[in-house]
Design a protein around this ligand. Structure first.
Ligand SMILES: [Zn+2]
Length: 203
């Protein structure tokens, strides 16, 4: 059985595993810790293990999955083997294992990521307002300039509520406003892709 744990540790880079199970790992190798309410990304993802500077959670890929899904080390190893298609063991695996969700952690992580998405969008709109401002009065409005005029105030309001609002206001957005943030995230992805294609054409 030790062979299985060693093999998983050698074959599966910790960052891939963390991303596979939904963590957003930033460029510095940090993610919001799923094991405690985390406002700053304090979980460092190394190549072969993770360590949380907030709550002290620490371990390798198998420990990570065991903790995330609330299962034994052995069940976690079988799950990794199955999810990554390694075929290291032919022991039956119970595919219905569900992730253990700590509602407080989910809520805090959502607030943090909503704040970041809104902040990115507001910054983008500021850039569009400068960059695409019409130079002459008869010039047709650039769509991105138009979008920033229409949306700036509304999203600024949401940002302030999520960042500085009362606990009740924040919870209210978490309960009823998640779709708005999801749509915004899609919108930003679309914009990033458009940005890339423009850059490519220019080369
Ligand atoms: Zn932690």
């Amino acid at each position: 059985m030790d062979y299985l744990f060693t093999e998983l540790r050698d074959r599966l880079p910790m960052p891939d595993v963390a991303r596979f199970y939904g963590l957003e790992v930033n460029r510095a190798g940090f993610a919001n810790c799923p094991f405690h309410p985390d406002n700053e990304p304090s979980l460092k993802i190394y190549d072969d293990h993770y360590h949380c500077f907030g709550c002290g959670a620490h371990g390798d890929v198998t420990d990570f999955v065991a903790r995330l899904f609330g299962v034994s080390q052995y069940e976690a190893a079988k799950k990794l083997d199955y999810d990554f298609g390694l075929h290291l063991t032919d022991q039956p695996f119970h595919a219905q294992i569900k992730r253990v969700v700590n509602p407080e952690v989910e809520y805090h992580n959502w607030l943090h990521s909503a704040e970041r998405i809104l902040n990115d969008y507001l910054n983008a709109m500021c850039r569009w307002q400068r960059y695409y401002a019409p130079k002459r009065p008869d010039e047709p409005l650039h769509p991105l300039f138009g979008e920033s005029l229409t949306n700036m105030e509304y999203y600024q309001y949401i940002y302030e509520q999520i960042r500085f609002g009362s606990e009740t206001e924040k919870r209210e957005w978490y309960e009823n406003g998640r779709e708005i943030i999801e749509r915004l995230q899609e919108r930003m992805k679309q914009h990033d892709m458009t940005g890339l294609s423009v850059k490519r054409k220019a080369i």
